[in-house]
Write a protein that binds this ligand. Structure first.
Ligand SMILES: Cc1cc2nc3c(=O)[nH]c(=O)nc-3n(C[C@H](O)[C@H](O)[C@H](O)COP(=O)(O)OP(=O)(O)OC[C@H]3O[C@@H](n4cnc5c(N)ncnc54)[C@H](O)[C@@H]3O)c2cc1C
Length: 376
């Protein structure tokens, strides 16, 4: 059997690796040439994502590129520790994650074709932007939030809309205490920072009715970073946090980007076409990459065990829906107005204790259980 995987971001190479493990021939088509090394922003993989990587022998190679951060700390903008939990995670540059996953997939025998963008699927054949075509027993859409395959599977699928937050970040020379992934729910914006092998990585998540006009998503000019430094300093000036100092010592800026969500759940399979990762469910920061990795491994497990795509979709749907609800609630907490923020800061220690103790076990303790048969 042969699979064609569209997209070599996070989900694509993991799907290729997992499918190779269950005996499929795989070709991955990626629109861009290069995963971009240590530029781009960083991602954090939770215990669930790491466990899914371990199932296909990819965990050690990925962990070796990043920094293990054992604690999660949640702060209020007034400098109060709202909660602390032991939360295994590995933080690494997205480019390094993609590079490592692509190497592992290629090492397992998958063919990787870069610089070729899927345009359409016609008469069972994938059509690419250089005029070439290809056909396979299965087409896996791992082509991200702006998935082309999503609209081929379901021509009425909604397009992603702005979710009320824009974000920018970088690597700072300002040293911070290692061992914790810090989230500060500030009065006007959320600040995330952690000490890593690449220095202090930070990101600001800023609520706004609409994203600021005129910001490029890739390369920030010096003029723009000066403007952003000033703007962010203003947003975080009222908080008791290290945000202003960390931002002020930024050595390398990561891309400016906005959070997007799908207004409705798309159809995730039709015939021999199936969607995984952000193509199926853009989830935003925090769990998107981990969920994409889980999808890829569970898909291969289902195919190994003779389950069809319907069974795969049914297996994933409850977890995906719950994750989307949680991600939505997280965004709501970050776009809270000043009054709601006060209430949040008072209630959060209580909720955090409950949440950290057992309420979030469903998220982090999830195991793809690679060695047991897939059951719909
Ligand atoms: C600012 C930000 C921070 C984040 N932080 C985290 C985090 O800390 N932890 C976490 O778990 N998640 C995080 N996420 C989410 C995470 O990045 C995504 O959920 C994850 O990358 C999804 O993987 P994917 O493979 O589905 O899509 P992608 O990683 O987007 O990969 C899709 C690939 O498909 C390619 N492609 C697109 N269209 C085509 C086409 N037509 N033909 C061929 N190739 C195509 C693209 O070039 C790309 O390489 C963050 C997201 C953002 C925006």
């Amino acid at each position: 059997m042969r699979a064609m995987v569209i997209g070599a971001g996070v989900a694509g190479p993991v799907a290729a690796l997992a499918l190779r493990r269950v005996g499929w021939d795989v070709t991955v088509y990626e629109a861009y040439a290069d995963p971009a090394g240590d530029v781009g922003s960083f991602v954090s993989l939770g215990a669930n994502g790491l466990r899914a990587l371990a199932a296909v022998g990819a965990r050690d190679a990925v962990a070796a590129r990043g920094t293990a951060i054992p604690l999660l700390r949640l702060w209020s903008g007034r400098g109060r520790l709202l909660g602390e939990a032991a939360r295994e995670r590995v933080t690494l540059m997205r480019g390094h994650l993609v590079e490592t996953l692509r190497d592992l997939a290629a090492g397992a025998g998958a063919e990787l074709v870069t610089g070729r963008r899927l345009l359409d699927v016609r008469d069972g054949k994938a059509v690419f932007d250089d005029g070439t075509t290809d056909a396979a027993d299965l087409v896996v859409g791992a082509d991200g939030i702006h998935s082309r395959l999503r609209t081929i599977v379901d021509p009425r699928a909604a397009t992603p809309v702005y979710a009320g937050l824009w974000t920018v970040g970088g690597r700072s020379a300002h040293p911070v205490e290692p061992g914790a992934f810090n989230i500060t729910l500030g009065g006007r914006a959320t600040f995330v920072h952690a000490a890593t092998r690449h220095g202090t990585l930070w990101t600001a998540q800023v609520p706004a009715d609409r994203p600021p006009a005129g910001h490029p998503t890739e390369h920030l000019t010096e003029h723009l970073t000066e403007h952003l430094t000033e703007h962010l300093a203003g947003l975080f000036a009222g908080d008791r946090s290290e945000a202003v100092r960390i931002i002020g010592h930024t050595e390398q800026w990561h891309p400016f980007t906005v959070f997007r969500q799908l207004p409705s759940t798309p159809v995730v399979h039709r015939g021999a076409l199936v969607l995984i990762g952000d193509a199926a469910h853009p989830i935003g920061a925090g769990q998107g990459a981990s969920l994409a990795i889980e999808d890829a491994v569970v898909l291969a497990k289902c195919l190994r065990d003779g389950q069809d795509l319907e069974a795969f979709a049914a297996l994933r749907a409850p977890r995906t829906a719950r994750m989307l609800r949680t991600a939505g609630a997280n965004v709501d907490a970050k776009v809270a107005g000043p009054l709601a923020a006060r209430v949040r800061d008072v209630m959060m220690p209580f909720f955090f204790r409950r949440f950290a103790a057992k309420g979030s076990a469903w998220m982090y303790d999830y195991d793809v259980e690679w060695t047991t048969p897939a059951q719909a």
